[in-house]
Design a protein around this ligand. Structure first.
Ligand code: TRP
Ligand code: ZN
Length: 508
């Protein structure tokens, strides 16, 4: 479902490096990457996927995952060969019904040579048959498969798909999904969308269906012993929540947070407009990690996030991503501010709603927390680099940038932008430059200098700098209070908000 090619706005040298050889445009192998400067091998060139049909069997005792994925795609060029992204062991590949040659290359490339050349514009059906133990497969010392005592979970960003299904693994090629997994009775399966199940001879098959366009890393799979609950919001939206049976002391706090999903999605709809997907929910598997992931319509949470009591703030963050990240997705991974800056800002709005600190107080606090020589200000939220994609500054400085935008355009225009953007770009992809153009159109103000200051400069913006023009404290841009750390008290919500992403602090 890729709508347009990635346009490199980076240096000419990079554009040259990324440009497809002239022969490939005519016919030849599809590129091994889709052209994302941060991750040159992510995704693939030469075709667009419309649907994944993932049909698996899983044995929790041994971690054996086996089955087939059927991919429906369309050739974007004449193809002698093309790649999928996959790390598990492949047994067989069929392309349009004929046995195809395949080879694993690089970190996660599955190179497929069909028996016949595929002509541009024609449909491709790829069947990949595979069997492996995903918990044992590492790439670059990392695995996206979290093995649990009762099963396993695929969760990672930007790449998790390759540990359970072959794909064109980049947010610009969205598709619909059917996920069907057979497990022993007593074990449950969680994935995205609506579900049905059937039992026979000691085994249960879970079928999930996502009918809205979904990016590959937002497809989720969790297998284990879960308590699953189904409900609907007052507005009629189905809510599915699930908790590992082994959450121990965290069970109550986890439920007291995630059970508020329906209420919080309605609250966020007031800011962002109608919820974009057919189901909403969240699950808490028995994993040792400390982060959440905005998997589409079915959010992944870690028990550790509820180990200091309930945390509605993290639920707000992940739900905000359903609009900012999932429905409207990054065009390139360098556009990550469009996800994390707005998801963090939503937590600030929730803080204000709960009387635990206003958005302005939080912005002032972040501004004053880090002195000008702190490495925090060396991260550019608008282009943090692959190594710092999820650094704390992408979130916190990113949310300060949102507050600066608000102060520059005024509340009326700001809230029109906040709600209009996810509607304008629903189910699509966008760059920060696209967002800037939209915000300029709605506000009638040039915003280049403001965004350059807050997103694209590796230094602490000075008080009174761009975007901080008005004199009053409340409306003056986050940098304007001139307050020092000892006069800007820590907002009551601060520590809870930081618990959203404990893991990222270690990464930056
Ligand atoms: N997008 C996630 C969030 O902010 C955070 C995240 C980044 C993540 N990298 C990850 C989660 C890797 C799990 C694994 O909510
Ligand atoms: Zn996030």
């Amino acid at each position: 479902m890729r709508k347009r090619p990635i346009v490199s706005v980076a240096a000419g040298a990079l554009a040259l490096l990324l440009s497809v050889p002239a022969s490939a445009a005519q016919g030849g192998p599809g590129a091994a990457g889709i052209g994302d400067p941060y991750y040159p091998n992510a995704g693939n060139g030469g075709y667009d996927v419309s649907h994944y049909d993932i049909r698996l069997k899983y044995q929790p005792a041994t971690d054996e995952l086996a089955g087939t994925t059927t991919i429906l795609a369309t050739a974007a060029q004449d193809l002698t060969r093309f790649n999928l992204d996959f790390v598990l062991e492949v047994k067989e590949v069929l392309v349009n019904g004929r046995t195809a040659k395949f080879a694993g290359t690089g970190e996660h490339e599955l190179e497929i040579t069909p028996a016949r050349v595929i002509t541009k514009g024609s449909p491709i059906t790829v069947v990949v048959r595979y069997a492996d133990r995903p918990g044992e497969v590492e790439r670059g010392g990392q695995s996206a498969w979290l093995r649990t005592p009762d099963g396993g979970v695929a969760a990672n960003e930007p790449e998790s798909a390759a540990w359970w299904y072959p794909s064109n693994d980049h947010p610009t090629d969205k598709a619909t999904f059917d996920v069907s997994v057979l497990v022993p009775d007593g074990t449950q399966v969680i994935s995205n969308g609506t579900s049905t199940q059937s039992s026979r001879a000691g085994w249960t098959r879970y079928n999930y269906r996502q009918t809205k366009p979904q990016a590959t890393y937002l497809a989720t799979l969790a297998i284990g012993r879960f308590d699953i609950r189904a409900d609907t919001t007052p507005g009629g939206l189905p809510v599915i929540t699930a908790y590992s049976k082994d959450l121990g002391d965290n069970a109550g706090a986890a439920q007291a947070s995630v059970e508020r999903t329906g209420e919080l999605v309605d609250w966020l709809s007031g800011y962002f407009g109608a919820y974009p997907f057919g189901t909403v929910g969240g699950y808490v598997p028995n994993v040792p990690t400390g982060y959440a992931l905005e998997t589409q319509g079915q959010i992944f949470y870690s028990p550790a996030q509820f180990s200091r009591g309930s945390n509605t703030s993290v639920v707000v963050h992940e739900l905000a991503h359903q609009w900012y990240g999932d429905s409207v997705s990054v065009q390139r991974w360098s556009d990550i501010w469009l996800n994390e800056g707005f998801a963090r800002y939503s937590q600030w709005l929730w803080s204000e709603h709960e009387n635990e600190g206003t958005t302005q107080e939080l912005a002032d606090y972040v501004y004053n927390l880090y002195p000008a020589d702190h490495e925090f200000w060396t991260i550019k939220p608008g282009d943090p680099g692959a190594d710092h994609q999820f650094a704390g500054a992408v979130y916190d400085r990113g949310a300060v940038a949102v507050q600066a935008l608000r102060n520059a355009v005024g509340d009326e225009k700001f809230f029109r932008i906040l709600q209009g953007w996810p509607t304008e770009r629903k189910y699509g992809n966008a760059t920060i430059q696209d967002f800037q153009a939209y915000a300029e159109r709605i506000s009638g103000k040039p915003l280049g200098e403001l965004l350059n200051t807050w997103l694209f400069t590796a230094a602490k913006p000075a008080v009174g700098s761009a975007g901080a023009a008005a004199p009053s404290l409340a409306k003056s841009g986050p940098a304007l209070s001139g307050a020092t750390a000892d006069v800007a008290p820590e907002p009551r919500s601060w520590k809870k908000i930081q618990e959203t992403n404990t893991v990222h602090e270690h990464r930056s």
